[in-house]
Design a binder for this molecule. Structure first.
Ligand SMILES: O=c1ccn([C@@H]2O[C@H](COP(=O)(O)O)[C@@H](O)[C@H]2O)c(=O)[nH]1
Length: 285
C-alpha cells in the first residue's frame, strides 16, 4: 500500500496534523481551566465546574478547530475526577476530527518514560492522545521509549526546546559539552528523527512565540508548537520574525485569551475564528 492510500486515521501524526491544519486552519486552542476562568464563566472551582467548562469548550469548538492542547496540570488538581474529564474531553475532541496534544511535559529516566509512553501514546491507552509534550532535561536519549511507542502508534511528541517563559534561556541557551546549545542539541535530535518524513515529521519542538528572533536552526522538518500568543503577549504578526522560513510549520497555541471569551458559545466561536483567521494569513493557510 502506498502512503497516500493509507486511511488518514492510520497516518503518522505529522501527516494528520498538516491535513487538519489545511482543512481547519492552524489554530491550537489550549484548554487551561484556571480557577479565575471558571469564575469568569460563573462556575465553581470544583471538579463539576471543571467538567462544565471543559465540555463547554469541546461542544463549541471540537468540529471547527484543528488542534487542542489540554494542560494536564489544571485537570490533575482535581485528582481522579479531573483526569476523568481530561480523558472524556480527549475522546470527544478526537471523535470530532480534532487532534489532541496533552501538555504534561513528562520527562524521567528511560524506564519510567516507557510508563508515560504506555499512558499517553499507546493506541488503546485510556488517555491516548495524538501527541504529548515531553521534557529532555534527563537527556534527549531518555525520550527513546516515547519515541518508539509514538512511531508504533502513529502519535507525535513535542520536546521542550526554546520555551516561552523568561527563565528558559538560563538552561536552554547554555552550551553542551559537544558545542551546540541545549536547545540546539534538542533541535538537532528532532531533525534526525524527522529525516524520513514526507512533508511534516511527527517529532516537534516547543518554541515559544515570545522568544526573540533566534539564531538556532528551526528547520527540523517537523512541527513547532508555539505557545505564548495572546495572554503572554506574542501576536500573529510576531510569528514571522521569530520563526522566519520555518513559519509554515508553526502550530500557534493560545489558551487564556480564547477561553476568556466564554461561556457564551457564539463569543467563544468568534474568538477562535478571529484568531484562526489571523494565523491563516500569517502562516499561509
Ligand atoms: O514554553 C511553553 C510551553 C508550554 N506552555 C503552556 O502553554 C499554555 C499557555 O497558556 P496561555 O494562556 O495561552 O498563556 C500553558 O498551558 C503553558 O503551560 C507555555 O506557555 N510555554
Amino acid at each position: 500500500m502506498r502512503v497516500r492510500d493509507v486511511p488518514m486515521s492510520n497516518q503518522p501524526f505529522g501527516t494528520r496534523l498538516r491535513a487538519v491544519m489545511d482543512q481547519r486552519g492552524p489554530l491550537c486552542v489550549g484548554i487551561d481551566p484556571h480557577a479565575h476562568l471558571l469564575d469568569g464563566w460563573g462556575l465553581p472551582d470544583t471538579a463539576e465546574g471543571l467538567a462544565t467548562f471543559t465540555y463547554g469548550v469541546v461542544d463549541a469548538l471540537a468540529d471547527r478547530v484543528a488542534v487542542f492542547k489540554p494542560q494536564s496540570a489544571f485537570f490533575e488538581r482535581f485528582g481522579s475526577a479531573g483526569i476523568a474529564v481530561l480523558e472524556q474531553a480527549t475522546i470527544r475532541l478526537r471523535e470530532a476530527g480534532a487532534l489532541v496534544i496533552i501538555d504534561a511535559k513528562r520527562g524521567d529516566i528511560g524506564s519510567t518514560m516507557a510508563g508515560y509512553a504506555a499512558a499517553y501514546l499507546a493506541e488503546k491507552a485510556p488517555l491516548a492522545c495524538d501527541a504529548l509534550t515531553v521534557s529532555p532535561y534527563l537527556g534527549f536519549g531518555s525520550l527513546q521509549p516515547t519515541i518508539d511507542v509514538a512511531r508504533e502508534s502513529g502519535a507525535g511528541l513535542f520536546v521542550l526546546a526554546l520555551t516561552s517563559n523568561p527563565e528558559g534561556p538560563q538552561f536552554q541557551s547554555a552550551r553542551t559539552a559537544a558545542g551546540p546549545t541545549v536547545a540546539g542539541a534538542v533541535l538537532d535530535g528532532l531533525r534526525e528523527l524527522n529525516a524520513d518524513a514526507e512533508d511534516l515529521g511527527s517529532f516537534g519542538a516547543v518554541v515559544g512565540a515570545t522568544i526573540a528572533k533566534t539564531t538556532e536552526n528551526l528547520d527540523i522538518h517537523g512541527p513547532l508548537l508555539a505557545p505564548g500568543l495572546g495572554a503572554q503577549g506574542a501576536t500573529a504578526e510576531s510569528l514571522v520574525d521569530v520563526f522566519g522560513p520555518a513559519v509554515r510549520n508553526v502550530v500557534p497555541s493560545s489558551s487564556r485569551e480564547i477561553l476568556g471569551a466564554g461561556p457564551d458559545v457564539v463569543a467563544l466561536q468568534d474568538a477562535a475564528a478571529r484568531t484562526n483567521d489571523a494565523f491563516r494569513t500569517v502562516l499561509g493557510y
